[in-house]
Design a binder for this molecule. Sequence first.
Ligand code: CDT
Length: 314
Amino acid sequence: MIMGSKRYLGLAVAQVGGIGINESRAAVVRRLIELLREAASRGAKLVVFPELTLTTFFPRYWMSEAEAQERFFERQMPNPSVQPLFDEAKRLQLGFYLGYAELSEDGTPYNTSILVNESGDIVGRYRKIHLPGHDDHKKDAPFQHLEKKFFRVGDQTFGVWDTLDARIGMCLCNDRRWPETWRVMALQNAEVVVLGYNTPSENIHWPEPVHLRMHHHLVTLQASAYQNSIWIGAAAKCGREDGHHMIGGSVIVAPTGEIAAQSVTEEDEVIFTKADLDLAETFRRHVFDFERHRRPEMYSLIVERKARGGPVRG
Ligand code: CDT
């Protein structure tokens, strides 16, 4: 959308409430279409759906990889269950981001997101890099977090695509906690980064106070938007899924680090902002002018060393 000399992106985040373990793809897609229609009526050009949007957050359940793939993965995208979403988005001239469990052509399982343009074409695909959790059965835990069992690490770096009159990058859930995620996309000149997430309210690894889950979610998004001069749209799958609670807090964050819109429910809900893409440019030209101020020759440790280690002497 162009108004005067400014560039705007009508950015909607479509939060999705709990999805029951036996809820069909067709039923979920009907919910997503309702959200698409609302986003369109509010002026959206891009709609962001959550991570693993089409099913319950199945990594919480112990099962074999074969069973997970049979029940929860997509072998093709779009497929007949999801085609109505593509058709409606095209009819409404909307682009969208969608997270789902992908079984690739060679049979590799990934936690994936796609970027679809207003003509219904898949223009970008991202396979989650930072897979949290574990691959063993934690029998004493109240639930599992088996992303390391069910998915392989993404085979490509974070990408940025020129589409919908903007430069758009993607990541997924746990990626948002890692500063490298954002900087790799900012270095490719991303203007907007979109993501979906499923964040359980309870942390099975340590007795984390529940309020910290929301605090860390927001603080990482707000700092990352500011430090990288980007807009961020983050969509939760949230509320109760078969008794398991996940945080809401879907947000659109401006390059100032301010929250431009935030969900108020833990159900299906659309939030919207007319994102001024030139606002990001302002920050890129001044405090975060990478060309003038970055010192990559001093950052080599970031790519040379994976884990914490001793000091480097100059
Ligand atoms: N889906 C996902 O990546 N969730 C993680 C939970 C981390 S606790 C094992 C997250 O970062 O929100």
